[in-house]
Design a protein around this ligand. Structure first.
Ligand code: NCD
Length: 322
C-alpha cells in the first residue's frame, strides 16, 4: 500500500515539524485553528483532555532560550506528557559526544518527541533522520534557517487582531540575514496570502536571495514603514555575525522603532518581537511597553501554539475538530 511521507502536502496529520515550507497551507490553517482549542472562555490556557498522557517529550536545547524552552515545557505539561529537559551545559556533548549519539541516546529512552534547538542550519532535519520512526522531531530553531513554531504563534497573534491577513502590509525590521524567525514568518505570511511583505535593514543585514522570495527590500526606515499595519522587529544576532561588525548605537540611530518612527506606519500599527529584546537598540521602551505592542501576547500564544503542534502530532484526529 502506498504510504504518505510525514509532511506530505495532502496529509494534514504531522509526524515531524521542521519548517513551514514542509507543511501545506491546510495544515498551517489546521494548527492555527487548533491553537484556539487550548484557551478556555476566560482566555486562559488549558487542555480539555490529557492528549499527551503516557508520552515523553524531551527538550534538547543546544543554544540558550527563555521563551521557547519554557513554553515547550509548559505546553507538554498542560497536555499531561512526561517532560525531560536535558541540561546541555552538563550533558555529554561537553565531553565530545556527537549530536547523532546524543539524539540516538535520548530516542532510545523511548521519547515520543524531541524538541531541538541548535546553532547549525539543518540540525533539526539531521536529528529527524537519526531518530527512529517512533520519535517525532520539532524544530525549536536551527541556526539562521527556520523557527516554525515562532511563525505559528506569530500568525495566530496576527489573526487575533486582523480579520483578513491577506490585506496586511508587514515590515520585518532588523537583522534579517541571521534570523530564522524572519525566514519562517515570511513563508507563513505568504502561505496565508500576505503579499506586501517588506524587509527593512541596512543592506549588509539583508539576505541576497530575499527579493526572489517576493519580499521588497528597504534600507530606509521611513519608506519601509510607510502605512504598514504590522512591524516585526528583530534583534541584532551578534552570535551569528562572525566577522560582521555592527555597532548597536549606530544601528539604533537609523533603525530603532520608537514612538517617533511609528508615525510612518498606519496609526493602529501593531508591533511584534520574538524576544529577547535589546531595548534601546531595535526597539524603544515606550514602544515595547506601549499600546501598539503585542509582545507579551506573542509569549502567551506561544504556549498554546506549541500545544497545537504536539497535540496534532500525537492525535491526528484533532485536525477534524477544527
Ligand atoms: C528568536 C530565536 O531564538 O530565533 N527568539 C525566540 O525563539 N523567541 C529570536 C532571537 O534569538 O533573536
Amino acid at each position: 500500500m502506498p504510504t504518505l511521507s510525514p509532511n506530505h502536502p495532502t496529509n494534514h496529520s504531522l509526524h515531524h515539524f521542521l519548517n513551514i515550507e514542509a507543511i501545506s497551507t491546510k495544515t498551517l490553517e489546521t494548527l492555527l485553528k487548533l491553537t484556539k482549542h487550548f484557551f478556555d472562555s476566560n482566555g486562559r490556557i488549558y487542555s480539555p483532555k490529557p492528549y499527551l498522557q503516557g508520552k515523553i517529550v524531551a527538550n534538547l536545547f543546544f543554544e540558550p532560550s527563555t521563551r521557547t524552552l519554557s513554553s515547550f515545557e509548559l505546553a507538554a505539561k498542560h497536555l499531561s506528557a512526561t517532560v525531560l529537559t536535558l541540561n546541555v551545559a552538563t550533558s555529554s556533548t561537553k565531553k565530545g559526544e556527537s549530536l547523532a549519539d546524543t539524539v540516538r541516546t535520548i530516542a532510545a529512552m523511548q521519547c515520543d518527541f524531541i524538541i531541538v534547538r541548535h546553532a547549525d542550519d539543518g540540525a533539526a532535519e539531521f536529528v529527524a533522520r537519526e531518530v527512529g520512526a517512533h520519535t517525532s522531531v520539532i524544530n525549536a530553531g536551527d541556526g539562521c534557517h527556520a523557527h516554525p513554531t515562532q511563525a505559528l504563534l506569530d500568525m495566530f497573534t496576527l489573526q487575533q487582531h486582523f480579520h483578513d491577513l491577506s490585506k496586511l502590509r508587514v515590515a520585518i525590521v532588523g537583522d534579517i540575514l541571521h534570523s530564522r524567525v524572519a525566514r519562517s514568518d515570511i513563508t507563513a505570511l505568504q502561505k496565508l496570502g500576505v503579499r506586501d511583505i517588506r524587509a527593512v535593514a541596512p543592506s549588509i543585514l539583508l539576505p541576497t536571495e530575499i527579493e526572489k522570495l517576493g519580499v521588497s527590500t528597504y534600507t530606509d526606515l521611513a519608506s519601509g514603514l510607510k502605512d504598514v499595519d504590522v512591524i516585526i522587529t528583530l534583534r541584532l544576532q551578534h552570535e551569528r555575525m562572525h566577522s560582521l561588525n555592527i555597532v548597536p548605537a549606530d544601528y539604533a540611530q537609523q533603525y530603532c522603532i520608537t514612538n517617533d518612527t511609528l508615525r510612518y506606519a498606519h496609526k493602529d500599527v501593531k508591533v511584534m518581537h520574538p524576544g529577547p529584546m535589546n531595548r534601546g537598540v531595535e526597539i524603544a521602551d515606550d514602544v515595547a511597553d506601549g499600546p501598539h505592542s503585542l509582545i507579551l501576547e506573542q509569549v502567551k500564544n506561544g504556549v498554546a501554539a506549541r500545544m497545537a503542534v504536539l497535540a496534532l502530532i500525537a492525535k491526528p484526529e484533532l485536525g477534524l475538530l477544527t
